[in-house]
Design a protein around this ligand. Structure first.
Ligand SMILES: NC(=O)c1ccc[n+]([C@@H]2O[C@H](COP(=O)([O-])OP(=O)(O)OC[C@H]3O[C@@H](n4cnc5c(N)ncnc54)[C@H](OP(=O)(O)O)[C@@H]3O)[C@@H](O)[C@H]2O)c1
Length: 248
């Protein structure tokens, strides 16, 4: 198959590209560093020639609901329009467990992304996953001041990005399936502990201050809204094993 991976240079995107190539698929990367801007649409139409399925794992780093919604709605509309024009038969989007119960901040954009995909004309699949193990490093990078990291009080059920990528390629190889079973990690973890563990694994010192984020979004982070419920599938690599592998 020929697959296009929107955000193919990102945290999960790099794994998606790797897994797809390992399985013998032809891969086109849609990202700014590969010459395709999904916000302006530059380079998109040509890149979608001959593509069978698009895996959308593009993202933006923001906690603003307005910015997130603008990004995900623009990117999704551009992708779906390009796919329609080129006859691409499958749009596959990666979303996040629990977003409809916490439709604020960054998640506002994810809710809108799902809505646009569902109401579009391109046959689709939506997979919701929990936070990646890599999220600990992403959040530490954004919220550190010297050795001090200010981390939201958050209950997560992290999963290896590689395992999410494998599931995405499994799904891309099948016909469009609509909303499929959620995918989470094997254990529930506190984000502050993950950040400490990730820093330790790469030989860094992290003084972690765990703070409750105010409002409904913060409550959802703390109260288990973002972990899996009955019917979900689960990966196998624990955060501890993943962090140990990073240190080697
Ligand atoms: N992080 C998590 O824990 C987690 C958990 C569950 C689901 N998700 C979902 O997984 C997806 C990927 O997240 P991630 O953390 O892997 O993202 P990421 O590491 O921040 O990567 C973002 C990707 O998007 C590309 N991108 C950004 N702006 C672009 C633009 N204007 N045009 C084209 N490409 C653009 C980036 O490439 P360039 O900079 O080269 O353009 C990069 O490849 C998102 O939909 C996210 O909501 C994330």
């Amino acid at each position: 198959m020929k697959l296009a991976v929107a955000g193919g240079t990102g945290t999960v995107g790099a794994h998606v590209v790797e897994v797809a190539r390992e399985r013998g698929h032809e891969v086109v990367v849609l990202s700014r560093s590969a010459g395709v801007d999904l916000v302006t649409g530059t380079g998109l139409s040509d890149a979608l020639s001959g593509v069978d399925a698009v895996v959308d794992v593009a993202s933006t780093q923001t906690v603003s609901a307005k910015e997130s919604t603008a990004f995900f709605s623009t990117v999704t509309r551009h992708l779906l329009a390009g796919e329609s024009e080129k006859g691409v038969g499958h749009h596959l989007a990666l979303s996040i467990v629990g977003i409809d119960r916490a439709p604020q901040s960054y998640y506002a954009g994810k809710v809108e992304q799902e809505r646009i995909v569902r109401s579009g004309t391109v046959p689709w699949t939506i997979l919701r996953a929990t936070q990646f193990h890599e999220f600990a490093a992403q959040i530490r990078a954004r919220a550190s001041f010297g050795p001090v990291s200010i981390i939201p009080k958050m209950l997560s059920q992290p999963i290896a990005a590689r395992e999410v990528a494998e599931r995405l390629i499994d799904l891309a190889e099948r016909p469009p399936s609509g909303r499929v079973a959620d995918l989470g990690g094997p254990r529930r973890e506190r984000m502050a502990q993950m950040v400490r563990g990730q820093a330790r694994a790469i030989g860094k010192r992290a003084l972690v201050l765990e703070v409750p984020v105010p409002g409904a979004y913060g409550r959802a982070m703390r109260d288990g809204t973002l972990v899996t419920s009955a019917g979900a599938d689960h990966g196998t690599q624990t955060f501890e094993d993943w962090a140990a592998a990073q240190s080697r």
